[in-house]
Design a protein around this ligand. Structure first.
Ligand SMILES: Cc1cc2nc3c(=O)[nH]c(=O)nc-3n(C[C@H](O)[C@H](O)[C@H](O)COP(=O)(O)OP(=O)(O)OC[C@H]3O[C@@H](n4cnc5c(N)ncnc54)[C@H](O)[C@@H]3O)c2cc1C
Length: 466
């Protein structure tokens, strides 16, 4: 193994291949709550990667992959962007990490065609700041805004807080440059167009590929002018299902909100101090009269279903606290508990069953202390339910609650992940959701990565799953 590290050092130079303990420890884990619990609560040492490559160019990445192919596989390569995966997708132990964050330049912003061309290691926060200074935005704002990179967002099929109006990350992608596992560098298209039907959509191979099919090095994304007009507020309901009906009705009537988050009574209690299902909702656009009209129509729909107006404070409370991740974790730790978040998806007719089935199943797991949820990311056909589970920090409890959760979602016709992806966490349940289609992915993986060099420890290629 030392011989391959020496080869990389010889080819790239010692500054681009890190092997010191401090650096290796930094890349040992991502934000997977199981690894954080093992490290921070159970005081275990998370095994480190073998080396960290920090390429300065696409050429360096290509060279690294060519060398790994010559070596013939066996040591997985894990691409590392912001390291904010919550599923172990960027967990580095036993791997060679490629940290692509030095490739972080904004290459072009075209305010006429509304596109940005950016290197994939750029942090979303920095890209957004540059766009905002020119009056534009990606309007893709996940809670991991301060950590995530453009490439990581694409590779995990991310969803932002404004996805209901602007779509998910896949809807923003116009073109990608990728380094294939064999080291070849390819743009998926030779031109930038709003849409094309020239063959199967190759971008979707890389959307959600979690570093298993290649390394995304550049992206051309669509941008939007910053909205100029916003209305927001909140409503309470007597029953969660009334709120779900409201969300469906709004989407059906094309009264599409920018943000809509319907909290169950448990999450409302903790977040806002009211033990009633609470909807916070906003509309945004470019003309006050249009946004006012949408707000007024939406309010009528919400009140028809028994929603009671509860003012603007709850929305503002969410807006100002939405990135306070570390404080929330600290609060849970002080209670002697640990947490995970489980975001699933279903059609409107199934959401109530998924919600109830999930709660029933998890309440029966010993060690689970609290379950709360909100519904967000709306579509014409359904939405995402985002559960937060608090439990006693015991590894056995962790896997039991995940098993109960995944089975409850599958049995009720939902998807086991709306936007966090598979990683090492969900790999054993993916086959249950996709069925025979897993074979197609395996064929594609073998064709693109014949020596199996890329992220073979996680995702649907994790050996248990084949
Ligand atoms: C506090 C917190 C809040 C979050 N909120 C949201 C949210 O609101 N919405 C949401 O969708 N997700 C959310 N996430 C999870 C989400 O997966 C990540 O935030 C983000 O999408 C990953 O970006 P990253 O750059 O950190 O990727 P990493 O964690 O570095 O990598 C994630 C996966 O993508 C691969 N990868 C990374 N870069 C590339 C590349 N250039 N080419 C190929 N593969 C690559 C990695 O190998 C790994 O498999 C949250 C995570 C945290 C910690």
């Amino acid at each position: 193994m030392q011989d391959i590290i020496n080869k990389l050092i010889n080819a790239l130079g010692p500054n681009k291949v890190l092997t010191d303990d401090e650096n290796l420890s930094r890349y040992a884990r991502d934000f997977w709550p199981l690894l954080m619990m093992r490290e921070q609560v159970l005081h275990e040492k998370i095994p480190k990667p073998l080396a960290v490559v920090v390429p300065g160019s696409v050429n360096d990445i290509s060279l690294t992959l060519r060398i790994m192919n010559e070596y013939g596989g066996g040591i997985p390569i894990v691409v590392y962007g912001g390291g904010s995966s919550v599923t172990g997708a960027s967990m580095g132990s036993g791997s060679i990490i490629i940290d692509i964050t030095r490739l972080n330049k904004v290459l072009n912003i075209d305010t006429y065609d509304l596109t940005i061309t950016v290197e994939a290691g750029a942090k979303l926060r920095d890209v957004e700041a540059e766009l905002n200074s020119m009056g534009f935005s990606l309007r893709h704002i996940p809670q991991s805004f301060n950590y995530a990179t453009i490439g990581g967002l694409i590779a995990t099929m991310s969803s932002g807080q404004y996805s209901t109006l602007y779509g998910n990350v896949e809807d923003a992608i116009l073109n990608l440059e990728v380094v294939l596992p064999t080291g070849e560098v390819i743009w998926l298209r030779r031109n930038t167009v709003p849409r094309a039907s020239t063959g199967p959509s190759l971008k979707y191979l890389f959307v959600g590929s979690e570093g298993m099919l290649g390394i995304i090095t550049k992206a051309v994304l669509r941008i939007v002018p910053l909205p100029k007009s916003t209305r927001y507020g909140s409503f309470t309901f007597n029953a969660l299902n009334d709120g779900i009906k409201v969300l469906r009705e709004l989407m059906t009537r094309r009264l599409v909100p920018a943000v809509a988050r319907l909290y169950d009574e448990y999450e409302s209690s903790i977040r806002f101090g009211i033990a009633k299902p609470t909807l916070i909702i906003s509309f945004e656009g470019y003309y006050d009269n249009i946004i006012d009209a949408m707000w007024n129509e939406a309010r009528r729909v919400i009140e028809d279903y028994g929603g009671e107006y509860a003012g603007e404070d709850y929305f503002e409370n969410w807006l100002s606290s939405r990135f306070n991740v570390e404080e929330e974790i600290d609060r849970v730790k002080k209670l002697g508990l640990w947490f995970d978040t489980i975001e699933v998806a279903g059609t409107w007719s199934r959401l109530p069953q998924i919600y109830a089935g999930f709660r029933d199943a998890l309440m029966r797991v010993e060690g689970v202390v609290a379950i709360m949820a909100h519904i967000s990311h709306l579509y014409l056909n359904g939405a995402c339910i985002y559960f937060t589970v608090l439990f006693k920090p015991i590894i056995e409890t962790y896997w039991k609650l995940w098993d109960a959760a995944m089975n409850a979602v599958l049995v009720n016709g939902g998807s086991i992940s709306h936007h966090h992806g598979i990683g090492m966490l969900r790999s054993k349940w993916v086959g249950k959701e996709l069925g025979d289609a897993v074979k197609i992915v395996k064929l594609i993986k073998n064709a693109l990565d014949p020596n199996s060099v890329m992220n073979t420890k996680s995702g649907m290629f994790f050996p248990d799953n084949l």
